[in-house]
Ligand binder design. Structure first.
Ligand SMILES: [Zn+2]
Length: 397
């Protein structure tokens, strides 16, 4: 009996995914795609309609031949996921509809002081109350620029100034799980999952690299996110590019993100003697460097070349280990622009095992930054949500 219920839930999940990815699909097409019987599909779709996850837009329309056309779509008007994206000094909260449209992004300054759980929880609660008035919130996703270690129940993040991550996890559980499932997801994994679902990269096998304050990588393998979304799969940002390099808070020396992450741009510009070229020398962003380089600053181009060299060295080694032929770059690092991309394309071929790195294609993602919200919501619904509207108490990673 239990098994049967599990199979039903898993089939419902598959049907919901197909409907969300193919708006307007018919029951007959669902049966053909899933190889489930038409009776099973009809019964499960009926449950999804009864539970207000799916709408049959054809049911109220009279077809030319007097029959309903059966156009199934997910019910975006009724259901949404709240996604909170934690970044250095700022957090964004967005409502993502069941059809994966990102709505009402709110930005909240977090400041430089140690991050107390209330600073994160209170704005989510306020947002939840507002969103929950008109919609059913099926879950809350919290995106972390770091790893979520389920075994130790800890968040490890070099970017966030979290004093006690266990406390944050406990507060999230206490604050929301009485009613909503909560998912903790790694930022690069959410971007990579969004790329896979909504991007235009044709390959099913690639490395997605997220360059922000920190640097993260996720592997898409046969169309699936390798190792899940907790960020424990790989730590590219803490891959050492200099054996005796800068000490990192992670314990390692020479970690890549301490050379190319956005947080260290000011220090790098100062070392090159070009910091005065920028309006805010103590808070230089990728965007500033990209713009300066584009307008012909030799200093900014020198800095970009340096970043490209160090990134390519790390990337060449990563490709030597895992042999992916396609690399997608996302995050704020994209603002370094085409000059950076061209340099990486050339330089990566000079590093690592040449038969591998010689054939690598490197591209920027075409998705907007808000893709991270869609990626998180879709990952949560595709992998964790079970469509019986009774997931309270669950904290998933
Ligand atoms: Zn490190």
């Amino acid at each position: 009996m239990l098994n049967q219920k599990a199979i039903q839930l898993s089939n419902k999940k598959i049907l919901y995914k197909l409907i969300s990815e193919n708006p307007g699909i018919s029951r007959a097409k669902l049966a053909a795609k899933t190889k489930l019987s038409k009776t099973t599909v009809s019964a499960l779709v009926e449950q999804l309609i009864q539970n207000e996850f799916v709408v049959d837009t054809g049911a109220n329309r009279k077809g030319v031949l007097g029959r309903s056309p059966n156009d199934l779509v997910v019910d975006s008007a009724k259901n949404c996921v709240i996604v909170c994206n934690l970044r250095k000094r700022v957090m964004q909260i967005a409502c993502v509809s069941a059809g994966y449209d990102v709505e009402h992004i709110r930005e909240i300054e977090l400041g430089d002081a140690a991050l107390e759980p209330a600073k994160i929880l209170d704005p989510i609660k306020a947002f939840l109350n507002a969103a929950g008035e008109s919609r059913y919130v099926i879950g809350i996703c919290v995106i972390i620029p770091g790893i979520i270690d389920l075994k130790r129940k800890e968040i490890v993040s070099v970017v966030l100034s979290l004093r006690d991550s266990r406390k944050l996890i406990n507060e999230l559980r206490k604050g929301f799980c009485y009613r909503y499932p909560v998912a903790l997801l790694n930022d690069s994994a959410c971007f990579a999952y969004a790329e896979n679902a909504f991007g235009d990269i044709e390959s099913d096998n690639y490395i997605y690299i997220n360059i922000n304050e920190g640097v993260g990588a996720s592997f898409i393998n046969d169309g699936k996110l390798l190792g899940g979304a907790n960020g424990m799969g790989t730590q590219f940002g803490h891959f050492s590019i200099q054996k005796d390099g800068i000490d990192c808070v992670c314990g390692n020396k020479g970690c890549l993100e301490n050379y190319i992450g956005e947080s260290v741009l000011s220090a790098r510009a100062k070392a090159l003697g070009i910091a005065d070229e920028f309006a805010h020398p103590d808070r230089i962003r990728f965007k500033d460097v990209g713009l300066r380089a584009e307008s012909g600053s030799a200093g900014a181009v020198r800095l970009i070349n340096l970043l490209a060299e160090e990134f390519s060295y790390g990337l060449g080694n990563l490709i030597t280990l895992f042999r992916y032929e396609t690399v997608v770059i996302g995050g704020m690092g994209r603002n370094l622009g085409e000059i950076f991309l061209d340099e990486v394309r050339t330089r990566v071929k000079r590093f690592g095992f040449r038969p591998f790195t010689g054939n690598v294609t490197v591209a920027f993602t075409n998705l907007e930054d808000e893709a991270i919200f869609k990626g998180a919501a879709k990952y949560f619904i595709d992998l964790h949500y079970d469509f019986d509207r009774n997931m309270s108490g669950k904290l998933v990673i």
